[in-house]
Design a binder for this molecule. Structure first.
Ligand code: AMP
Ligand code: ZN
Length: 464
């Protein structure tokens, strides 16, 4: 099966061919740990998790690297505004180091609840300042930089392919760069590689450097760490769509300036989670955390299921109604799976089993078309010509990419009063009192309990 992915660089869905057969180097931009991740951020990590799981299903060994931004990210993705870590430090009266470690831990707790696989390697920006400085030095030697007041700037006029990822014209790029004009810049589109103390005189996180004591710009961390761990040629680099025009564009300028050849083959971007017609953002103050959803009575997997229902390249409108819909669908699926696990009927329809399998994985192979894959799953789940055991086998296979934890789906305990009804009905059946047995079944159905009579007795499961 050919695996194709939409590549932002080419703006087309391209067959995925790794640099080294069977192996994939995959870098995903990680969180800025100055606050809890919001559910929009988490949508992007769910998309990247699906991508990784799909690659693994298609037989690739994936080296998945993710950074932790614990220094250098200013309020705007360009060089404007305050330092996010310093803002959090003021807000919470803690050192930026304490802030960073706390929110990093919280981030991974959220990921675990969402069954997002841990990257093969996680690297913190603050632990790679030396590598970043090395890269800045190389760029300096090659004439890509200039230094004013201890700030080192990237001179984008030296990199003619600057707009190749964003495809933005000069005017649009200038528009984005006009937020806060830094008179030291030769061109407003230039960006900072190294800030000296001059930007924030009271900066707590700072390091010695050949250009003065200071801290790195945000973009250099990803170029330096991705190439340290994955090399000068990388298969896939991913992030949210907001990274296309500034962060990833600048990452390319830095890395390709250093290496003088193409750095990443496939650039992939997940669309935004939006609320009330706007993107969810920490700075906009309209953000929800996973914990808020849990406090509202949802299982984190309800949110995962909601995200799976939208294509990763489409915006997803979040509302509690939409989440409630995802909850219903997820619980209904879970209860079906539980019913298949109970004394499963074998079934004998191998052609159909392989057809469903092919259709499901074909959808994934076509740029991770999860909505189609879920439609195939539901068709399979409702297909009365398949046996429970066949359905369960398919579901376990699909779960490799869904990550819903099918193996953990278990029947909850039945309240004693309902269990007594099940036993009473069994007795009625044994006494051949069909009328009473039927009345009792209906009583149970009214409480959301379905019964399954098997040669070895009666099983029950919840319907949702
Ligand atoms: P940050 O922690 O701000 O560096 O962002 C972490 C990831 O979340 C990045 O890949 C962003 O592109 C992504 N992101 C930010 N806002 C949203 C949103 N509303 N929906 C989806 N992804 C987002
Ligand atoms: Zn990055």
């Amino acid at each position: 099966m050919q695996f194709s992915l939409f590549n932002t660089l080419t703006r087309s869905t391209d067959v995925f061919v790794p640099i080294e057969p069977g192996k994939v180097s995959f870098y995903a931009c990680g969180p800025t740990v100055y606050h809890y991740a919001h559910i929009g951020n988490l949508r992007t990590y769910i998309f990247e998790d699906v991508l990784r799981r799909a690659l693994e299903h298609f037989g690739f060994t994936v080296q998945h690297v993710m950074n932790i931004t614990d220094v250098g990210h200013l309020e705007s993705d360009a060089d404007a505004g305050d330092d996010k870590m310093a803002l959090a430090s003021k807000r919470e009266h803690k050192s930026p180091w304490e802030i960073a470690r706390f929110y990093e831990e919280e981030f991974f707790k959220d990921c675990e609840k969402l069954q997002i696989l841990k990257p093969s390697l996680v690297c913190r920006a603050t632990e790679h300042v030396a590598e970043m400085q090395e890269m800045v030095k190389t760029l300096e030697e090659k004439g890509f930089t200039y230094t004013v007041d201890g700030n080192v700037y990237y001179r984008i006029a030296k990199f003619p392919e600057y707009a190749k990822l964003s495809r933005r014209n000069l005017e649009e790029l200038l528009e984005g760069a006009r937020v806060e004009i830094d008179p030291r810049k030769e061109d407003p589109r230039d960006f900072v590689l190294w800030f000296s103390q001059s930007k924030f005189p009271n900066q707590i996180m700072k390091w010695e450097s050949p250009w003065g004591v200071g801290f790195p710009g945000w973009h250099i961390e990803c170029s330096a760490m991705a190439s340290k761990y994955l090399g000068e040629r990388i298969d896939i680099h991913a992030g949210g769509v907001d990274h296309i025009s500034v962060h990833h564009t600048n990452e390319i300028a830095q890395a390709e300036g250093c290496f003088e050849h193409q750095w990443v083959n496939y650039w992939m971007h997940g669309e935004f989670l939006v609320v009330d017609k706007g993107k969810m953002a920490k700075s906009a103050g309209n953000f929800l955390t996973l914990q808020v959803l849990i406090d509202e009575g949802y299982d984190p997997l309800h949110y995962r299921y909601l995200c799976l229902g939208a294509h990763y390249r489409s915006q997803l409108f979040f509302s509690l109604e939409a989440l409630a819909g995802a909850k219903n669908a997820f619980e209904a699926l879970k209860n079906r799976v539980i019913s298949w696990k109970l004394s499963p009927q074998k079934g004998n329809n191998p052609e159909k089993v392989s057809l469903y399998g092919n259709r499901f994985w074909q959808a994934l192979a076509n740029d991770l078309d999860m909505p189609i894959a879920l439609a195939v799953l539901w068709e399979m789940a409702k297909d009365q010509t398949l046996g429970d055991e066949e359905k369960l086998r398919l579901m376990r296979d699909f779960d490799k990419v869904l990550g819903l934890g099918v193996d953990n789906f278990a029947r909850p305990t039945l309240p004693q009063n309902l269990y007594d009804l099940v036993l009473k009905r069994e007795q009625a059946r044994a006494d051949k009192d069909w009328q009473l047995a039927d009345t009792l079944r209906q009583e149970l159905v009214a409480q959301g309990i379905q019964l399954k009579d098997t040669p070895s007795g009666t099983d029950w499961y919840y319907v949702y």
